[in-house]
Every structure is written in C-alpha cells, then in structure tokens.
Ligand binder design. Structure first.
Ligand code: AHM
Ligand code: MG
Length: 339
C-alpha cells in the first residue's frame, strides 16, 4: 500500500497491431502500416473537432457533396485529412469517401498497394455544431490479385472485408476495430500520450436490452412490420415494461451505445426513402461486421444478413437493423409473420 497502482504494461494500438501482425505467418506489414495511417487520420480529425468552435470551423463550407447534402467546413477538412493519410500510407490503392462522388485512386503514388478503404470521414456532421458526438466509419478491403482498379473491385459483400470499425469523437475519442473472423477491440485516445490505448478488449454486445434507437419522426412512412415491431416495444403485450428510446441522430454514437449496453439501432427503408438512408460500403457493412464479431446481429430491411448484401454502386444505400442478437431476431420474426 501507499504506492498507487500504475499500469506500466499499456497496450497501445501500435503495440496491438504489431502483436496481431506477428500472429499471421504470411503478413507483410502492409495492413499494419495502413492502420497506422488510419489512426493518424482519426487523431487529426479528433483534434480539429475539439477545436472547431475556437478556430471558426463551425458551419457550412458553402458547397454540397455528391448527394446534395450541405457540406460542413469540418466535412471538408475531415475528408481532406483522410485522403492525405491514405495517400501517404502508400498501402491504399483506392479510396471511397462519402464526400466524393467518384472513386479516389492512388495509382500514381501506390500502384501496387493491395488495399482499398471506404469511409465516411465525419458521420453525423449535421449534429456537429451542437457538440454532439460524431464519428468516422471505415471498411478495409483487400484487393484481389486481378483487381482492375475500378469501382467494381469494391462491390462485394461485407463478408469479404478484412477489417472495419469506427472512431467516435465524444467526451473522448473511442476507436473500435475488428478484423475478419476476429474479436472486437475498443481503444481510447489518451490525448497526453497521443496514443489509442486498449481499454475495451474483446467487446461482447449483451444478448438483449430494452433500448431502441430509431428516428420515430419517420414512422408515418414505415412499412407495417416496422410499425408493429416498434409498437410492440412501447406497448408490450405481456404487460412488461416498455423499452427506453435513445436516439442521438449520429450513427456512430447510437451504434457505440448499442454495442456497449445492448438493444437495437434501426434506420429502416420506408415508403419515402425506399432504398434506406445509410450507405452500405462505409456505414452499414462495417457496423454489421463489428456487431456480428461482438456477438450481435445485423440485417437489412428485407431481413437479409447485412454482411451478405452486395452494393450496386459505391454509394449504394440500405435499410438496417443492428444490435443485440435477440432484439434483431424479434424484428426478423415480425417480418416473417407479415410474409
Ligand atoms: P450523414 O452521413 O450525412 O452524416 O448522415 C448519416 C446520419 C447517421 O449518422 C445517422 O444515423 C442518420 O444520418 C440520422 O438521420 P436522421 O437525421 O434522418 O435521423
Ligand atoms: Mg454518414
């Protein structure tokens, strides 16, 4: 006693990646280098978000992106930081960003790089000026040997992703990453050390929890099974306690809470938004991979396994339900009943 317990055996993301790499016999270190570049992008974005109000980065940039969303100044900065980091890694041949209509290619600087990345640099940016948590979502794809170097190389199901995850910029920056067939690990950015530290090893989502997260303002447009499912949570037939509603409106924050506490997050396709709102390559698939690897489930509005959905183009959208296995199963069961 008397001496405070200090953990001198800290697992930083750098160390974690090195240890993971050593487990794979044929590893070349390319993936590790790519992840180092990714974490630099996350740290930079976290830094600018934190300083936004002080250095006049709030508000609109005066432009709109591919889909006509008004771009925030921070959207532009996040996108530029991300592109520069991926180019600089030398390990990324192609990049899809929500903010760029076209595929970005690094054929000039990294012609032989074996990876492609898809990202939403700052998801939930409509919330950003109010200081609400936002995040970066990413998917990492290993290109086939015969990849043509076009967008088609990326139109594959999420089951093919080699890694995915997200960083949430909240009270602290939280990075969650998972690799194909692996566990889900959570890191917290220690701003004094400038390192992501492993704080949530082997994350497992609780099997069930009475929390639902959906934009109920859209309920007018919902299909019958979705209406019935949400009703069943608010007015339980067995006389049980109704579910709590929690909706931040920022997918990364809503998903992170769902991952930690359990429950369900949904953005269904509906009569107005027929394809759904969220993007398959850099929102739905990477989140689905995280949730499945943590023991949860994720399906689209047709109740297909989210990870098996193949996008038709790089910015393709989908409805999504993801969360605790038992909660997502209830959605599936109600849809089956409706046939
Ligand atoms: P964005 O990529 O333009 O920021 O939009 C995605 C966001 C998600 O973070 C969030 O889950 C959803 O849009 C919220 O949409 P809505 O405002 O319709 O509820
Ligand atoms: Mg988004």
């Amino acid at each position: 006693a008397g001496r405070e317990e200090v953990n001198t055996n800290i697992v930083s993301l750098t160390r974690f990646l090195t240890e993971e790499q050593s487990k794979v016999k044929e590893a070349t270190g390319d993936f590790t280098l790519l992840c180092h570049a990714l974490q630099f992008a996350f740290k930079s974005i976290a830094y600018y978000i934190r300083r936004a109000s002080l250095i006049n980065l709030n508000g609109l940039a005066g432009s709109s992106n591919t889909t006509g969303d008004d771009q925030k100044k921070l959207d532009v900065i996040g996108n530029d930081l991300f592109i520069a980091a991926m180019r600089g890694s030398g390990k990324c041949r192609m990049l899809v960003s929500e903010e760029e209509e076209k595929l970005i290619t690094f054929f000039d600087s990294s012609p032989n790089a074996r990876y492609a990345v898809a990202c939403d640099p700052i998801d939930g940016s409509s919330n950003i000026d109010a200081g609400v948590s936002v995040g970066t979502i990413f998917s990492i794809i290993k290109l086939a040997d015969n990849a043509k170097g076009s967008a088609e190389d990326l139109l594959m199901p999420g089951t093919e992703l080699v890694a995915s995850g997200f960083t949430m910029y909240g009270a602290s920056a939280q990075l969650v990453i998972t690799m194909k067939g692996g566990s889900v690990n959570g890191f917290t950015l220690d701003t004094s050390l400038g390192e992501f530290i492993l704080t949530h090893p082997d994350m497992r989502i609780p099997r069930t929890r009475s929390i639902y997260s959906v934009n109920e303002g859209n309920s007018k447009y919902w299909e019958e099974p979705v209406k019935e499912y949400i009703e069943s949570l608010k007015y339980p037939k067995d006389g049980g306690k109704p579910y709590s509603a929690r909706y931040i409106g920022s997918m990364v924050a809503d998903a992170y809470r769902t991952l930690l506490y359990g429950g369900i997050f949904a953005y269904p396709a509906d009569k107005k938004t027929v394809k759904g709102k969220l993007r398959i390559l850099y929102e739905c698939a990477p989140m689905a991979m995280v949730f499945e690897n943590a023991g949860g489930k994720a399906v689209n509005s047709k109740m297909q396994r989210m990870l098996e959905v193949v996008p038709e183009h790089i910015h393709d959208r989908s409805g999504i339900f993801l969360g605790s296995a038992d909660e997502v199963q209830k959605v599936i069961d109600i849809h089956k009943k409706h046939g």
